[in-house]
Design a protein around this ligand. Structure first.
Ligand SMILES: O=C(O)CCC(=O)C(=O)O
Ligand SMILES: [Fe+2]
Length: 207
């Protein structure tokens, strides 16, 4: 891992050199006070959902709460369920604009996940839905309790884990979603809540 100015916003950024992926991590993308403000507002003001997905022929509620938010055309399909976006919350819009300015990307939708405690989790997956295009850029902002974010290479068997801190930003790019899977496993010690926002750019595909 190298430390250096991987963006010109003057914040410390770590560049993770991995095969088949580009990862950049800003541990303090938001200061602790702002991050706490965003956490509390989003927790209180969003209508958190716990949809059921079909897994092995059964309907199972997801082990966390979520909100799918974005521009009106950004509907999203995964595990056999289609999600229509809710309109932008002004604070999330602010974060999107800050990100787009810093990265030069055009994120237009975000999946917010709320992990109420260490039991809540997200299993191994890649964000490789067709609506995300060839080499999806995913920006992940974490608020609240720090949790392990694990990555595994699907062919090389290589694994690593990163503790995603309160206020941090992780940018996943390159072939990351083709070759790697990621997850947030259960963490017995985690007593408090965490909100994660994964910003995406959805493209329109002909149906
Ligand atoms: O909570 C996290 O850090 C990961 C979220 C994630 O992988 C996703 O929303 O696709
Ligand atoms: Fe993901």
């Amino acid at each position: 891992m190298t430390e250096g100015p991987c963006a010109d916003n003057g914040q410390s950024c770590q560049e993770l050199a991995l095969p088949d992926a580009q990862l950049q991590y800003w541990p303090e993308w938001l200061n602790a006070k702002d991050a706490a403000f965003y956490f509390q507002q989003l927790l209180d003001e969003l209508e958190w959902q716990q949809p059921e997905l079909r897994l092995y022929g059964r309907s199972v509620p997801i082990p966390r709460r979520q909100v799918w938010m974005g521009d009106a055309h950004c509907s999203y399909r995964y595990s056999g369920v289609s999600f229509e976006p809710v309109p932008w919350h002004p604070l999330v819009k602010q974060l999107t604009e800050k990100l787009n300015q810093q990265t030069g990307h055009e994120f237009n939708a975000v999946l917010l996940n709320w992990y109420a405690n260490g039991e809540d989790h997200m299993g191994w997956h890649s964000d490789d839905e067709p609506e995300l295009g060839q080499s999806p850029q995913i920006a992940s902002v974490s608020l609240g309790e720090a949790r392990w974010f694990e990555l595994r290479h699907q062919r090389l068997g290589m694994q690593l884990k990163l503790m995603l801190q309160h206020g941090s930003l992780l940018l996943m790019a390159g072939d990351c979603q083709h070759f790697w899977q990621h997850r947030v496993g259960k963490m017995a010690k985690a007593q408090h809540g965490r909100i994660n926002l994964t910003f995406r750019k959805m493209i329109k595909i002909a149906k």
